[in-house]
Design a protein around this ligand. Structure first.
Ligand code: KG4
Ligand code: ZN
Length: 338
């Protein structure tokens, strides 16, 4: 059987990434992070788009070089069509089109949210793949979704956030506490040293499988402002406990919704993805749920959970097998639905 080589390109937000796959195996996965946004405490779309333009050629070169593959050996080029920032998506889309056109090979457009989920099907040693149907929860700085996955290309969004993403809740809380951006990893580190019950934050009341995090962010802001007024050293003296309490609340929200989804569907296989799946709290809660409720949980390798082109490549490979190719007039779509 012939080996299929796919180049994946991801540029939906602030990471420029290219990956080369041989069938479902990753030969290379190069990611250029954009430091530029740190000083602004969030992603600045115009700067992201410019940085993608600078990064895309060297990143693709590196991915091919690391994989030991010449561009003439590629069978197809897969790229992120959306959802994401328009200016960022346009860079990857135009590049992928030009290269595929030049090499005269198929172009395959990929939905970024589908890719976060199908990243679980990358061939990895000692990594179990979920079987259908399963529930996928995508949690990152840009997304919070629970999806019922019936097969590779039959997915149903059961619920998503009506305002902020869960990663934003981490990052914005961190900003209130004077932590750097993105604050998720630092809050997680400190949370493990603090008392999760020290402070109580109320969980948002949203129906069914909808999420909401903007109220929590405001509650934390007001809480901190009030306490600092009474004691200017409040944050320094209680930082680990505050972080632990925030984390306890957020993980509680995620687990509550997963329980609703399991109850609603009868499916106990849970796959997570997105940057927040690195969180120690969610990992522990899922392990506990395996014992307590008989769930099975799947967490991909970290480099395949945050934004990366390997996940774009694996969907590209699966679509290649189906001969599901794109027309060259396909457009970047900022609000692409799953
Ligand atoms: O998937 P990702 O790299 O980019 C997108 O947003 O698509 O996710 C980044 C998000 C940030 O909000 C970051 O604070 C959060 O993931 N994050 C974490 C942890 N590691 C990354 N949040 C909580 N705990 C962590 N350990
Ligand atoms: Zn993402």
């Amino acid at each position: 059987k012939e080996n299929i080589y796919i180049l994946g390109i991801e540029s939906s937000c602030d990471d420029t990434s290219a990956a080369v796959l041989c069938n479902a195996q990753i030969l290379s996965n190069v990611v250029a992070n954009q430091e530029i946004h740190t000083e602004y405490g969030g992603v600045v779309p115009e700067l992201a788009s410019r940085a993608h333009q600078q990064n895309i050629v060297p990143v693709v070169h590196q991915a091919l070089e690391k994989a030991g593959i010449k561009k003439e050996q590629l069978h197809a080029i897969a790229f992120t069509r959306g959802p994401g920032l328009m200016g960022s998506l346009l860079v990857g889309t135009s590049f992928a089109k030009s290269l595929a056109y030049g090499l005269d090979i198929p172009l395959i457009d990929i939905n970024h949210m589908q890719a976060h989920i199908l990243a679980h099907f990358i061939d990895e040693e000692h990594q179990q793949k979920p079987s259908f149907p399963f529930l996928a929860m995508t949690i990152s700085g840009g997304h919070t979704q629970i999806v019922k996955v019936n097969s590779y290309f039959d997915m149903e969004v059961l619920g998503e956030t009506i305002d902020d993403a869960v990663g934003e809740a981490y990052d914005k809380s961190g900003k209130v506490l004077g932590l750097g951006y993105p604050a998720g990893p630092e809050i997680d580190r400190r949370a493990q040293l603090g008392n999760p019950k020290a402070f109580k934050f109320t969980k948002p009341k949203v129906d069914g499988l909808k999420f909401s995090f903007s109220g929590l962010k405001t509650a934390i802001l007001y809480f901190v402002q009030r306490e600092v007024k009474a004691n200017p050293n409040f944050i320094e003296e209680n930082l680990n406990d505050i972080c632990a309490s925030i984390q306890y609340t957020i993980i509680g929200i995620l687990m509550d919704k997963l329980k609703v989804a399991v109850k609603q569907t009868g499916i106990k296989q849970i796959a997570i993805g997105g940057g927040v799946s690195a969180n120690s709290g969610i990992r522990k809660a899922l392990k506990d749920a395996e014992q307590k409720f008989g769930w099975t949980s799947y967490i991909p390798k970290f480099e395949y959970t945050t934004d990366n082109a390997a996940m774009i490549g694996i969907v590209g490979y699966l679509k290649y097998l189906e001969k599901d190719f794109s027309d060259f007039d396909v457009m970047a779509t900022a609000r692409l639905k799953l």
